[in-house]
Design a protein around this ligand. Structure first.
Ligand code: C2E
Ligand code: SIN
Ligand code: SIN
Ligand code: SIN
Ligand code: FE
Ligand code: FE
Length: 411
């Protein structure tokens, strides 16, 4: 448990810490981790207000996590709640006031809200105390609900938060809301950029890029944990990769509609033009020095390289796309990058992109059956894809499928 002094210190540094996170999903993880640490809580969730309802978007649960094997991740599904006084989160969202409930299984019948037992029943978990706090934007609008579940005293006994702790959590939520509002803005700018590039192809949407981003980050986390990278490094790289992976195809903005929207298969010449989307995308992020720009440039450039060296664009000069002189084939074509010449982010986005592209319909093809998609990924181990990444893909398959479902629809 944190002492009062440590709580004040956490609040003092919270804004700075949260402002170092760019991606919305990663930010929600940080907010919840810190809030749970603050309240010494076993579990928690975040609901986001999407304009008409509350979307359950993220959850953490130490008890359920401990039931999993080491390295396994907690899989959860998302759902929506109407904004009315009948649920706990809905009540906090519609009134704008916090709810601090010592025992959700014994609510006074006069209260308008009820606890939804479905999640507990499905997961064999026992929720007792809940603190639901609205996170409000500067204009007073409720952005979402932070829910702290089963706060504990230092003997691990579940308690309701004291009035003082409740006040501190309100302060916590107001700091988190500032970061949340900014990250939502960044996400919506990115999605708008992608719409410009890809909504011209009506089958490629914000949902596709959210899936590629979510899957890439999941695979990276497992890859980096296998190497015992420090948690701080993993967190930073997941944040950068989430957005860079979403932008992998942004170079398509410079490809003509005639090619981009072609209803059928490409000719060889058309495909050569389309291949330029890698270099064009990489150029968009050149000349800037943030970790994000560097990762986004690298992902755009290398997501179509192949482990066996037969991918594209290969060893090229990014600024003009010409082959690097010492690395070209006799015919003058750039030599493909091979094996771990391809940066890890590129190797990971390659598999996330192909998995999602094969699983979805496109202007030029139908969606494939899951069994065909998985057989192709397995077959391409060591050819198109890094064998270790294929291995991680199958290890994490349940999580990856849950990410497909979470972003089934365009936003
Ligand atoms: P995309 O639709 O996002 O597809 C990404 C990658 O998934 C493709 O990269 C390819 O590796 C894989 N993929 C997607 N569909 C299929 C498929 O039916 N069979 C196989 N074997 N692999 C598939 P790739 O081939 O480098 O293509 C890059 C982008 O070029 C595609 O992105 C898509 O926008 C466009 N494209 C590729 N081929 C055609 C085509 O024949 N017609 C049209 N209209 N667009 C195409
Ligand atoms: C997400 O970005 O949607 C979450 C990815 C993860 O499960 O780590
Ligand atoms: C890294 O360790 O982050 C990069 C190594 C690689 O690209 O394989
Ligand atoms: C790919 O390598 O693009 C997918 C696998 C295949 O070519 O069949
Ligand atoms: Fe691409
Ligand atoms: Fe794509």
């Amino acid at each position: 448990m944190l002492s009062e002094k440590e709580k004040l210190e956490t609040l003092t540094h919270l804004g700075i810490e949260l402002n170092q996170v760019s991606d919305l999903d990663i930010l929600m993880e940080h907010i919840l981790t810190q809030a749970r640490r603050f309240a010494n809580a076993d579990a928690g969730s975040i609901y986001i207000h999407d304009g008409k309802s509350l979307q359950f978007t993220y959850t953490q649960n130490d008890t359920l996590q401990k039931r999993l094997a080491k390295g396994e991740k907690l899989i959860y599904s998302t759902f929506t709640l109407p904004i009315n006084k009948e649920s706990i989160a809905g009540y906090a969202a519609s009134t704008g006031l916090p709810l601090n409930l010592p025992d959700v299984y014994h609510l006074s019948p006069e209260k308008p809200y009820r606890f939804g037992k479905e999640y507990d029943e499905a997961s064999h978990y026992k929720t007792e105390s809940v603190l639901a706090i609205p996170m409000k934007a500067s204009n007073g609008q409720v952005l979402g609900i932070l829910q702290i579940i089963n706060a504990q005293d230092d003997k691990k006994k579940v308690i309701a938060l004291s009035e003082n702790d409740e006040k501190m959590m309100m302060h916590f939520a107001s700091i988190a809301a500032v970061a949340l509002e900014r990250a939502q803005m960044t996400r919506s700018i990115i999605l708008r950029m992608i719409k410009m590039a890809e909504m011209r192809d009506p089958k490629e949407t914000g949902a596709h890029v959210n899936r590629v981003g979510g899957i890439a980050v999941d695979i990276y986390e497992t890859w980096a944990m296998r190497r015992n990278y420090p948690q701080k490094t993993i967190d930073k790289n997941r944040d950068v990769l989430r957005m860079a992976a979403m932008l992998h195809d942004v170079g398509k903005v410079a490809i003509s509609d005639m090619i981009l929207k072609k209803p059928g298969r490409f000719s060889d010449d058309e495909f050569e033009i389309m291949k330029q989307h890698t270099i064009l995308g990489a150029q968009l992020f050149l000349g800037r020095k943030s970790d994000f720009d560097e990762a986004a440039s690298l992902v755009a450039l290398t997501h179509h390289e192949r482990w066996d060296g037969k991918g594209y664009p290969g060893h090229v000069n990014i600024t003009n796309g010409s082959p690097l002189p010492e690395l070209k084939f006799p015919k003058g074509k750039p030599k493909g990058k091979k094996g771990d010449e391809i940066p890890i982010f590129g190797r990971i986005v390659a598999i996330a992109d192909v998995y999602d592209a094969l699983s979805s319909a496109r202007s030029y093809k139908e969606a494939w059956d899951e069994s065909e998609v998985l057989a192709t990924i397995k077959k391409e181990s060591g050819h198109h894809f890094d064998p270790e990444i294929v291995d991680i893909f199958f290890q994490d398959l349940e999580m990856i499928k849950s990410i497909l479902e979470r972003y089934a629809n365009d936003l």
